[in-house]
Design a protein around this ligand. Structure first.
Ligand code: ZN
Length: 677
């Protein structure tokens, strides 16, 4: 399961803006096109790893990059053909580079790279090209045919006939994943997980495999394409000698090198088991691998490499290929461990009525990791948190690993500095100063308090149904966790624990929380709509409630300056008391299952939007020209060897451009044929 950054779901807006943010001589922003912004992340701490650890990471990053073409093919049958054709034109083009057709082809290719195919990575709808079929045909026919991905004696004209309807006809393959109720989801989805098979046939095929008495079922269909051959359904399994074998062989080659420099035996076993799975395609072996992986908690370096998430299959069975190589961020993990280690103190001192508190509370420690490479379905767009494995019985019997990716969150934060957002929406230099100085730190801390303590605090009274709050349950639960964090982030205890530097830092979190909850999160909502998503509802609930309760004392105000609305916090200490009061009430609602109170809080504060303020916020946001979706270029790793060819170091650098990186990957890590049957 993935945790996505809030920034990935900002509303769409066009335009190009090149704000280059530079810190420590590293550009965090690379470029912007269509609705996408390309960022760069750093890998702090890499240089301090031992040579063996660096080698391990290097081999795992190579194994990660070798899987790229698999995802292109999974996302659509013609994706590799189209990518390779466009890349050939892009590299050989000798015409006018200011020609709008050429510029539009460049944007289209950049989008294909970003989405690992011709459909939007998030919405899954097919892109409409801004160049003409005549232009594309002219360029294809003018190329040296040897540069084109011609298949089985195809001519360039035949290539055009094959791919033009796919590129230009908006009615063909309009969606990568179709979820519309009542249609054949397989026949109407462009993803390449099924061939010549109807939804009914696929469901019958897999239902016949399932046995409801089996308590440890494998993840049926996870690693294969289901096809019809001579009227019979067969699975083409993705293994070293099966479908995608050319790429999987390379992955295995690098995994074997990684195995030879593993940190310890447990990790060695994990890698060996993964290799066995790639060699056999046996899903029982995959489960054994997942169990070994979830139990390996001592290694500093960790990785995901394989067919993992099933969001790309309309039936949610077949997994897209992805990889993430990472190592534990010791300092940030220490922060979550300190918080978890003091969980009982926080529980005992909260403003909640004693009867709703836990006598014995256990904090959850989530590991903070540093990503070293993003690949497959985690590249260039990525999650900021991952929780694996996905198999339910393995999670129940053996647990799961939950990680947040610290350096990716950091890169989002760095790129947000100077993008004009806070300059537009924060009230004065005082608030902007607080945000610049402390908001990154307190934002992370609030997330930690929310995850490690908030969700785990409090208890239900005996006999209370955990689902008593029904549809309001998740908003109330998120509000509870957020309020626990808000209440404690201002506590002197955090300074004692060394987690906050002084008595001012928390104000950055309070201000941004209210600015977001009262105003700026509305940028993600279309005109005329109300607030639906439960995290957004929770934030508005909290912000609106303290705003109204604090009105007599003017604790928080919405003021107008030059015709624009701003949030002003007049009394931070009283604001904290209000957060505490709401926390006590929300915990009472949860503990007693008070449905009516939950409904009146949510309906009264969390759902409705002030249409005038909403329109103003959308208008101001639009002028900032910010791209709603972000992705990353990877760092480049290079082996340093001595005269005997022995590895002496691994160097990491951050200078590669977006197109440069994509073209290099297409050249160096592209072993699959154009059409994979
Ligand atoms: Zn939560």
């Amino acid at each position: 399961m993935l945790l996505l950054a809030a920034t990935t779901i900002f509303i769409s807006c066009g335009g190009v803006k090149n704000t280059i943010v530079k810190t420590e001589n590293i550009n965090y922003t690379v470029e912007q096109f269509a609705d996408l912004q390309i960022l760069r992340y750093r890998v702090p701490g890499f240089d301090d790893l031992s040579l063996k650890q660096k080698e391990l990471i290097y081999f795992l990053t190579q194994a990660a990059l070798e899987g790229r073409d698999i995802l292109f093919d999974q996302n659509g049958k013609y994706n590799l053909t189209i990518r390779r054709t466009l890349e050939a034109i892009y590299l050989q083009y000798k015409g006018d580079k200011t020609d709008p057709d050429y510029l539009n082809l460049e944007v289209y290719l950049k989008r294909v790279w970003f989405s690992n195919g011709i459909h939007h990575h998030y919405g899954s709808e097919k892109f409409i090209p801004g160049f003409t079929p005549e232009f594309l045909k002219h360029e294809i026919l003018n190329l040296d045919a040897a540069k084109l991905p011609l298949f089985n004696g195809q001519t360039p004209v035949q290539l055009c006939n094959e791919i033009f309807p796919i590129i230009f006809d908006s009615t063909i393959m309009p969606k990568r994943v179709n979820q519309a109720d009542g249609q054949d989801l397989i026949l109407t989805s462009a993803c390449n997980y099924y061939d010549g098979v109807t939804q009914q046939e696929a469901e019958a095929f897999y239902n016949s495999m399932k046995d409801s008495t089996n308590e440890t079922p494998v993840s049926y269909g996870l690693n294969s394409r289901l096809v019809k051959e001579n009227g019979k359904l067969v699975e083409k399994v993705w293994t070293v000698d099966g479908l995608y074998g050319e790429a999987i062989q390379k992955i295995v080659l690098w995994l074997k090198k990684a195995e030879s420099v593993a940190e310890n035996n447990a990790q060695k076993e994990v890698i060996a088991k993964l290799i066995e799975y790639y060699e056999t395609g046996d899903l029982k072996t995959f489960d054994e691998y997942s169990i070994l992986w979830v139990k390996d908690l001592d290694s500093r370096i960790d990785f995901v490499n394989g067919f993992t998430e099933t969001y790309g299959d309309p039936l949610g069975m077949k997994a897209s290929w992805e990889s993430l190589v990472n190592f534990k961020d010791m300092e940030a993990t220490l922060r979550t461990e300190i918080i978890s280690g003091n969980a009982q103190w926080f529980e005992d001192h909260s403003p909640v009525d004693k009867q709703y508190k836990k006598e014995k509370v256990k904090g959850v420690s989530a590991k903070v990791i540093t990503a070293a490479i993003l690949a497959g379905d985690l590249y260039p767009a990525t999650a900021i948190g991952i929780n694996l494995p996905n198999s339910n019985w393995i999670r129940d019997h053996h647990g799961s690993k939950s990680v947040t990716i610290g350096n990716i969150t950091d890169a989002y934060n760095k790129a947000a500095h100077g993008n004009g957002f806070n300059e537009e929406f924060a009230y004065s230099d005082v608030e902007k100063g607080l945000i610049d100085k402390y908001a990154d730190l307190t934002g992370n801390l609030h997330t930690d308090l929310h995850e490690c303590l908030g969700h785990g605090s409090g208890k239900l009274l005996p006999g209370v149904d955990p689902d008593a709050l029904k549809a309001y349950g998740s908003t109330i639960e998120e509000a509870r966790a957020d309020l626990f964090g808000l209440y404690y982030i201002a506590d002197h205890k955090l300074q004692e624990l060394g987690l906050t530097p002084n008595d001012d830092a928390y104000k950055a979190e309070y201000y941004t929380y209210l600015m977001n909850g009262l105003m700026t999160q509305l940028v993600r909502i279309e005109k005329g709509n109300s607030v639906e998503e439960s995290h957004m509802r929770n934030r508005q609930l909290i912000a609106r409630w303290v705003f109204q309760q604090g009105m007599p004392d003017k604790v928080v105000e919405l003021v107008k300056k030059d015709g624009k609305t701003y949030v002003v916090v007049n009394d931070y200490q009283k604001l904290r008391i209000l957060f505490g009061e709401l926390l006590a009430e929300i915990q009472r609602i949860k503990s007693t299952g008070d449905f009516e109170a939950a409904r009146s809080l949510v309906e009264g504060y969390a759902v409705k939007v002030d249409p005038v303020l909403h329109a103003e916020v959308l208008e101001r946001y639009k002028k900032l020209n910010l791209a709603p979706y972000k992705g990353f270029v990877n760092p480049v790793y290079e082996l340093v060897t001595d005269k005997d060819g022995e590895i002496t170091d691994v160097k990491v650098s951050y200078n590669e451009g977006y197109a440069e990186q994509m073209l290099r990957y297409s050249k160096e890590y592209s072993s699959l044929p154009t059409i994979n049957n």
